[in-house]
Design a binder for this molecule. Structure first.
Ligand SMILES: O=C(O)CCC(=O)C(=O)O
Ligand SMILES: [Fe+2]
Length: 404
C-alpha cells in the first residue's frame, strides 16, 4: 500500500492563500446550492434544513422569532467581575418555558438526524463533490452502534473513513447543528443570544466560533478534564492580570441545558473556579477528578482570591445556561444507565484581540456556510458573525483558530 492516509481537510479553506488540492478547489468553485445539496444526502430526509434555505426562509425565521431568555433573570444573575475572576457564570432557569420545550425538541431532532447518518451507507455520499476521493475504509460497525444516541463518540483519528470530512462539512448534525434544525439556527443570530455574548465577552463585536450538540445518553462514561485553546499566543503562556486577560481574543463556551441535570451520575458539568487564569490547556488534563486533584490542581490556588482550587459539580434546573471561558478547566460526569439523556447545545462566540485588533479564525464553520457568507447569500447578521471564516484581512492572514 503506497497511498498515504488522507489528512483532515483544511479548517478554513477560504482563508488559505490558495487551494492546492484540485478536488477541494472544484468543490468550492461551483454554486453553493450544489455543495449544500451534497451535505444533505437523501437518506437524511431533511429537505427543510437551513443549509438549503432561501432568503425568504431566513426572513420568516426573523419575523416569527420570540424572546428565549428572561433577560431580567440573566442580568440579575450575572456579575462581570466574578465572571472574569472565576472563568464561568451560571444562569439558572433563565430560558422561557416555550424555549425549554422548543429547544429540547430541537436537540432531539438533531440527535435523530445525527443517528440517521451514523446508520446510513456512506457509499451514498458524493465524496468528490465534498472535495475528496471516496474513503478506503469504513468505521467499525461496533463503534457506530456505540455512537448512536450520543455526541462526540465516533472515532476520528484520521480521515481514512471520511469521518472528519463529514464532520467539517456538517453532514453530521451534531457539528454545526444550526445548519440542520430551524430552531437552533434561530438562536445563532438571535439578538438575545448576541447580547448574552456581548455581556460576557465585554465587547460590542462578537464572532461565531463553533456550535455542537452535546448529548449524553444513559451509560455515557464521562468526559475527562480539559480546557480549550484560543490561539493568538495566549495558550500555554504565563498567567497575566485580569485586565490583560480580558483583552485576549477570549471564547465564551455557552453551554445550554434546556432540561438541566443533577450533580450525581447525570452527565453534569464540573468546573474549577479561577483555573482559566493559568492559561494552560496543554497541562490542564486528567482522566478523572482524582487524577486532577493529585496532578494539575495540586498546590494550585486561585490567583485572585487565594483559595485552593476546588472541583465544583454543578446541578442545574431546566432552562439553565453556563457561560465558560475556554481556558477554564471542565469535565463531564458519567451518566448512569437508569437516568435519561442529558440534552445540551453548545454555542461558542469570540471577540477580537483588543491589543492587535485581529480576529482569530473560527474553530468550525463548514465551508459551504463560509462560502455563502463570502458571496453575500446570507442575512447580514449571519454574514457578520461568520466573517472571520472568509475575510483574510480581519484574520491578518491567519487560517488556524489556534495560530499564535
Ligand atoms: O458535555 C458537556 O457538558 C461539555 C462538553 C465539553 O467540554 C466539550 O465539548 O468540549
Ligand atoms: Fe470542553
Amino acid at each position: 500500500m503506497t497511498e498515504s492516509r488522507p489528512p483532515a481537510p483544511p479548517k478554513n479553506p477560504l482563508l488559505l492563500p490558495r487551494i492546492d488540492d484540485p478536488l477541494m478547489a472544484k468543490a468550492l468553485e461551483g454554486p453553493t446550492a450544489e455543495l449544500a445539496r451534497v451535505t444533505r444526502p437523501d437518506f437524511m430526509q431533511n429537505p427543510d434544513s437551513p443549509v438549503e434555505w432561501s432568503s425568504q426562509e431566513f426572513a420568516r425565521m426573523e419575523a416569527e422569532r420570540e424572546d428565549f431568555l428572561d433577560w431580567q433573570a440573566v442580568i440579575g444573575q450575572f456579575d462581570a467581575e466574578a465572571f472574569l475572576r472565576d472563568g464561568y457564570a451560571v444562569f439558572q432557569g433563565v430560558m422561557s418555558p416555550g424555549a425549554v420545550d422548543a429547544w429540547t425538541a430541537a436537540l432531539q431532532r438533531g440527535q435523530e438526524l445525527n443517528d440517521r447518518l451514523l446508520s446510513a451507507d456512506w457509499g451514498a455520499v458524493d465524496w468528490e463533490r465534498l472535495g475528496r476521493r471516496p474513503p478506503t475504509a469504513t468505521v467499525d460497525p461496533e463503534d457506530i452502534r456505540a455512537a448512536l444516541g450520543g455526541s462526540q463518540l465516533v472515532p476520528q483519528g484520521d480521515d481514512e473513513s471520511g469521518v472528519k470530512t463529514l464532520r467539517q462539512n456538517s453532514v453530521f448534525a451534531e457539528y454545526f447543528s444550526v445548519g440542520h434544525v430551524a430552531y437552533l439556527m434561530n438562536l445563532l443570530t438571535h439578538p438575545q443570544m448576541l447580547d448574552l455574548q456581548r455581556l460576557c465577552l465585554g465587547s460590542d463585536t462578537v464572532y461565531f466560533d463553533h456550535n455542537q450538540l452535546l448529548t449524553r445518553a444513559p451509560g455515557y462514561a464521562g468526559g475527562g478534564w480539559h480546557s480549550h485553546q484560543i490561539g493568538s499566543g495566549c495558550d500555554n503562556a504565563e498567567p497575566v492580570g485580569l485586565e490583560e486577560y480580558r483583552r485576549q481574543p477570549n471564547i465564551n463556551l455557552t453551554l445550554c441545558y434546556p432540561q438541566g441535570f443533577s450533580a450525581d451520575e447525570d452527565g453534569g458539568l464540573k468546573l474549577v473556579r479561577g483555573s482559566h487564569l493559568s492559561r494552560d490547556p496543554a497541562g490542564c488534563r486528567a482522566p478523572d477528578d482524582e487524577a486532577l486533584r493529585e496532578g494539575w490542581m495540586r498546590d494550585r490556588e486561585h490567583p485572585v482570591t487565594g483559595r485552593l482550587f476546588e472541583i465544583e459539580r454543578l446541578a442545574l434546573p431546566p432552562g439553565s445556561i453556563v457561560c465558560c471561558l475556554s481556558h477554564a478547566a471542565h469535565a463531564v460526569a458519567p451518566k448512569a444507565q437508569e437516568r435519561s439523556t442529558r440534552w445540551c447545545s453548545l454555542f461558542c462566540y469570540r471577540k477580537v484581540d483588543e491589543v492587535s485588533g485581529i480576529a482569530q479564525p473560527p474553530h468550525a464553520v463548514p465551508p459551504v456556510w463560509a462560502l455563502k457568507a463570502q458571496r453575500g447569500e446570507l442575512p447580514d447578521a449571519l454574514t457578520q458573525l461568520l466573517r472571520p471564516s472568509f475575510d483574510r484581512q480581519l484574520t491578518a492572514g491567519r487560517c488556524d483558530p489556534c495560530e499564535g
